[in-house]
Ligand binder design. Structure first.
Ligand SMILES: Nc1ncnc2c1[nH]c(=O)n2[C@H]1C[C@H](O)[C@@H](COP(=O)(O)OP(=O)(O)OP(=O)(O)O)O1
Length: 157
């Protein structure tokens, strides 16, 4: 199975908005706001929709910060591949509120709870929060991280 997904990190006043995911894959972990891109939807529209659905806010002027690939293997075979577009939003409308999927929580950008997040996050999210664009690929065995590489993207002139 191949999935196109989004992750949005809303940043304001030195803090970043994360969600504590309440159900599904990664439940209990803190993460950015996001989910699967639906049939016929573009990635920016999907990112905005997920923010509205999960925490009731509308992010504005999304800045594309990179692409992550998550390859999950089960019994030596590829079980799923996830292409995740990462965005920063420095502006938004609305007030974050809890939903049945997610509890929104603000953290200082230097106090992100990496011990309670997907174990790949500490390898790339600090770069994104400091304004760097990234490409990364991570391999998992039954969703346990077994390897990965992170690259900073720089624009060539
Ligand atoms: N390893 C890792 N690190 C960081 N972020 C993620 C992962 N694996 C992931 O799946 N994710 C992110 C990527 C996506 O933003 C979400 C996936 O959310 P999911 O709940 O599967 O998608 P929804 O569309 O919201 O879910 P349903 O509506 O299908 O329940 O996690």
């Amino acid at each position: 199975m191949i999935f196109i997904e989004t992750l949005v990190y809303v940043v304001r006043d030195g803090r970043v908005l994360l969600i504590r995911k309440k159900r599904g894959l990664g439940a209990g972990y803190y993460n950015g706001v996001g989910g699967k891109v639906e049939e016929g939807e573009d990635v920016v529209s999907a990112a905005v929709r997920e923010c509205r659905e999960e925490v009731g806010i509308t992010p504005k002027n999304l800045e594309w910060m990179g692409l992550l690939e998550f390859w999950n293997y089960e019994d030596g075979r590829v079980e799923s591949v996830h292409f995740v577009h990462v965005f920063l939003a420095r502006e938004f409308d609305g007030v974050p509120r809890e939903s049945d999927e997610a509890e929104p929580v603000w953290f200082g950008v230097n106090e992100v709870p990496y011990d309670n997040m997907w174990s790949d996050d500490v390898m790339w999210l600090p770069k994104v929060l400091s304004g760097k664009k990234v490409y990364a690929r991570f391999d998992f065995d039954h969703w346990r991280l077994i390897g990965g590489q992170v690259f900073e993207l720089v624009r060539s002139t």
